[in-house]
Design a protein around this ligand. Structure first.
Ligand code: ZN
Length: 161
C-alpha cells in the first residue's frame, strides 16, 4: 500500500500577491520589521512627494516613510536598504521569501509529490512565483534539505530570539 501522493496546485500567485507586506531586518534594532504599502502619516499637502510605503518595527517603534515603494536587499551590506529577513543559504543555492505566506507556498510546493502547473492560457504572460522557483528547489533529492531550511526560517519569525 502506498500513501496517497500529496498534490500541489499552483495558486497562480505572483510577486504582487506577496509584496504588500515584506519581512525585513529593522535598520535600528535588527529585529523583524515590516515593509508595507501604506505611509506612517497621511500625505501632507506641502510636500511634493507623497509617502507610498513605510517600514514599521514593532520592537523599537520605528516607522519610516518612503516616497516610493521601499526597496530592500537580499544580502546584508549590499546596499543601504533594509535586508530581507527570510533568507538563508543552502548547499544548492539561496532560499528566500518575502513573508510567511510566501514561505508556506514554497514549503507546500517542495513537499508535494505531484505538482500541477498553472496552464499558460490561464496566467497569460505572467510567471507565477512557483514557476520561478529554481530547479534545485524542485529536485526530489534536495527536498529534505530545502524543507529543513524552510522550517529554520519560519522558526525565526514564530519564535524570534
Ligand atoms: Zn526596530
Amino acid at each position: 500500500m502506498s500513501p496517497t501522493p500529496v498534490r500541489f496546485h499552483d495558486p497562480r500567485a505572483t510577486r504582487a500577491d506577496f509584496t504588500s507586506s515584506i519581512l525585513v531586518r529593522c535598520p535600528r534594532c535588527e529585529r523583524i520589521a515590516h515593509l508595507e504599502r501604506r505611509p506612517c502619516t497621511p500625505p501632507s499637502a506641502d510636500r511634493g512627494t507623497h509617502p507610498h510605503a513605510r517600514l514599521v518595527c514593532r520592537s523599537c517603534g520605528l516607522c519610516r516613510n518612503g516616497s516610493r515603494p521601499f526597496r530592500f536587499s537580499r544580502h546584508p551590506g549590499a546596499a543601504s536598504y533594509p535586508t530581507l529577513w527570510l533568507r538563508t543559504d543552502t548547499r544548492h543555492g539561496e532560499l528566500w521569501a518575502y513573508n510567511l505566506q510566501h514561505l508556506d507556498l514554497i514549503r507546500r510546493f517542495v513537499a508535494a509529490d505531484l505538482r500541477e502547473r498553472a496552464p499558460w492560457y490561464d496566467i497569460g504572460q505572467k510567471m507565477t512565483l512557483v514557476a520561478r522557483l529554481p530547479a534545485w528547489m524542485k529536485s526530489a533529492k534536495n527536498r529534505d534539505e530545502v524543507l529543513r531550511a524552510v522550517d529554520r526560517l519560519r522558526a525565526t519569525v514564530i519564535a524570534p530570539g
